[in-house]
Design a protein around this ligand. Structure first.
Ligand SMILES: [Zn+2]
Length: 232
């Protein structure tokens, strides 16, 4: 019987089929607000007390941790020592409010690009598709408003994602269809990102040019993580 789990024993789960909700408009039922569990985050072990079934509703990772396949396995506390408290604080707010909001009340697209990318990556690692999709939407809104791509963190994004990742596609497409290319920035990009950028430019239609919006056919679900058959 285990009462304490650690993130050093990350369960290996298939991404599809997923039980975690991926459509932001779907809300959890009252049944999600039963028992609670404690998650200690970061080296300082900041404790978050969260409804267990709410975590399971949003995350296949946390469902696996707190609803293990062995009946005798009862986990009430999880330590995520390598996670960032600020990122987890926004995730905690998200499962209760369906909104990306930090401790200072900064919301959605007004969060920093770096924070939105970190939230997306947290969602990837902990199998929280709705969080990834909310972060992707906020990134798209942010890039549209400020008319620039997150070029300065391409190395970070490419180091932590795999080929075909929706996050990679989102930032590459935004570079192709929206932001101006900057030679100094491109010189710092990883080679894989430059290849993706070249391929995306070669696929560009005559009507989509620098300064235009991402083509209508690229609806935001292009950059979402959904289970098969699910769509916003
Ligand atoms: Zn979608």
């Amino acid at each position: 019987m285990s009462l304490l789990a650690s993130d050093t024993s990350t369960p290996t789960l298939p991404r599809i089929p997923s039980k975690a909700v991926s459509v932001l408009s779907k809300k959890p039922s009252n049944a999600c607000f039963g028992g609670v569990v404690t998650i200690e985050v970061g080296a300082e072990k900041k404790a978050f007390v969260i409804h267990k079934d709410l975590l399971s509703y949003y995350s296949d990772y946390f469902r696996a941790v707190f609803n293990g396949s062995f009946k005798e396995s009862v986990v009430r506390k999880l330590c995520l020592v390598h996670e960032d408290v600020d990122v987890f604080d926004i995730f905690n707010a998200f499962v209760y409010t369906n909104q990306l909001r930090d401790k200072n009340g900064v919301i959605g697209k007004d969060l920093s690009t770096f924070m939105l990318v970190r939230l997306w990556l947290f969602g990837e690692q902990h199998l929280v598709p709705a969080l990834q999709n909310a972060a992707a939407d906020a990134l798209m809104e942010r890039m549209a408003e400020y008319d620039k791509s997150p070029f300065s963190i391409m190395t970070h994004i490419y180091a932590l994602t795999i080929d075909g990742s929706p996050l990679r596609r989102l930032v590459i497409d935004s570079q192709v269809h929206r932001a101006a290319c900057n030679k100094d920035h491109l010189a710092k990009w990883p080679q894989e990102a430059l290849v993706d950028l070249a391929m995306a430019f070669s696929d560009r239609t005559p009507t989509s040019r620098k300064g235009s919006k991402i083509p209508v056919s690229h609806d935001k679900c292009c950059y979402h993580v959904h289970s098969e058959g699910e769509h916003c």
